[in-house]
Design a protein around this ligand. Structure first.
Ligand SMILES: CC(C)(COP(=O)(O)OP(=O)(O)OC[C@H]1O[C@@H](n2cnc3c(N)ncnc32)[C@H](O)[C@@H]1OP(=O)(O)O)[C@@H](O)C(=O)NCCC(=O)NCCS
Length: 176
């Protein structure tokens, strides 16, 4: 999971070409070298099956999302999913990477620094109608904007509450 960035992505085929170009190109190398992004990969043999990048973020909401916990802020510490892609021949790799990232942030990073949410700018392509927000909804991500039905750009910001995972794990432990 700690990729040799120089030889990454040969043969990688993604339903979105921009995600294949990104992993094969210079941009990801520059971002990782500059510490603005961290990349994890899944390989199948010597081939890239999927990748995910994570970075520090700040979630800004129009609402006080944690008011019922006595927290009056409208901005919150978060980790952002930058790029997530799977080879189109490798079913489920993207989901496994996303599940891994949620567990990694929850189990490892929250012990070291304050983080409440995982964020993602879910891709929406008005030219083709490609919309990945439904995919993230399946994992429990919610939309930041109350009117998310008509995105004006090419993404919709979504967030996932890490505390829900911690509470589910606690409830499971108590039930056994
Ligand atoms: C998004 C992506 C990483 C998902 O990879 P994956 O989890 O391996 O994808 P799979 O094709 O195995 O699909 C997993 C499930 O998600 C569902 N799904 C896929 N795209 C979806 C969408 N846009 N909305 C709702 N569900 C979706 C699939 O139907 C499948 O459901 P099933 O398990 O019930 O059969 C992959 O499609 C991809 O690389 N897309 C292009 C890049 C991209 O959009 N990245 C996200 C940018 S924010």
């Amino acid at each position: 999971m700690n990729p040799d960035l120089d030889n990454l992505g040969q043969g990688f085929k993604c339903i979105r070409n921009d995600f294949a170009t990104y992993i094969k190109g210079r941009k990801i190398k520059m971002e990782c070298k500059s510490l603005t992004s961290k990349c994890w990969i899944v390989e199948h043999g010597n081939n890239l099956a999927g990748y995910i990048t994570l970075m520090a973020d700040k979630l800004t909401s129009e609402y006080c999302l944690l008011e019922n916990e006595g927290i009056g802020y409208k901005t919150f510490p978060a980790i952002k999913i930058g790029w997530l892609a799977a080879d189109r021949r490798a079913k489920g790799v993207g989901s496994r990477l996303l599940e891994w990232a949620i567990q990694y942030v929850t189990n490892d990073l929250t012990n070291r620094v304050g983080i409440r949410f995982i964020t993602v700018d879910a891709l929406f392509d008005p030219d083709t109608g490609y919309d990945i927000s439904g995919y993230y909804e399946r994992f429990g991500f919610e939309h930041v904007d109350s009117d998310h039905t008509a995105p004006c750009g090419n993404f919709r910001t979504m967030y996932f509450d890490i505390k829900s995972v911690i509470e589910q794990a606690r409830a499971l432990r108590q039930s056994v």
